[in-house]
Every structure is written in structure tokens, then in C-alpha cells.
Ligand binder design. Structure first.
Ligand code: FES
Length: 79
């Protein structure tokens, strides 16, 4: 998913079903310096249970619309 597509999602969009982590919480964590997968997981707890929200490769059934690695790629590099 591109940054433009991610931008269209609301802050309350739930990215991590297991931990209830929203896109807004993830955006804020990245703004505050959690720019690696490990840091993002530690800060938000997203991706720390089943792990399916981490990447499209892990979520091979495509249950989730957007994944943590896509959000990191969109925001953490300042693109
Ligand atoms: S959906 Fe994120 S850890 Fe399960």
C-alpha cells in the first residue's frame, strides 16, 4: 500500500487486531522516533502476538489491508 493510500485511512483504523493498535498510534510512534520494526513493536505492542499485521508476506491470506512494514516504509523514510 502506498503512502497516498495509507493517508486515506483514518487514525482510528485498527492495524493490529490482536493488540487493538490503531493507525494513529502507529503514526505517532513513528513521529516520535520508532522508525524500526522492533522499536515500533516495543512502543505500540502492535505485531507482538500473532504477527500477521507485520507484513503482507506473513499475512499470506491477506486478512489485513495495511501492514506495519508498509506504514514504516511510507512514513519512516520521510517520503
Ligand atoms: S494482528 Fe497484530 S499481532 Fe496479531
Amino acid at each position: 500500500m502506498t503512502r497516498e493510500e495509507i493517508e486515506k485511512l483514518d487514525d482510528d483504523y485498527e492495524v493490529c487486531y490482536c493488540m487493538g493498535t490503531t493507525l494513529g498510534e502507529i503514526r505517532e510512534a513513528i513521529r516520535n522516533g520508532a522508525v524500526t520494526m522492533d522499536a515500533l513493536k516495543e512502543r505500540t505492542e502492535a505485531g507482538t502476538l500473532c504477527g500477521l499485521c507485520e507484513s503482507r508476506e506473513i499475512d499470506d491470506d491477506g486478512d489485513r489491508e495495511v501492514h506495519l512494514d508498509e506504514i514504516l516504509a511510507a512514513y519512516a523514510k520521510g517520503s
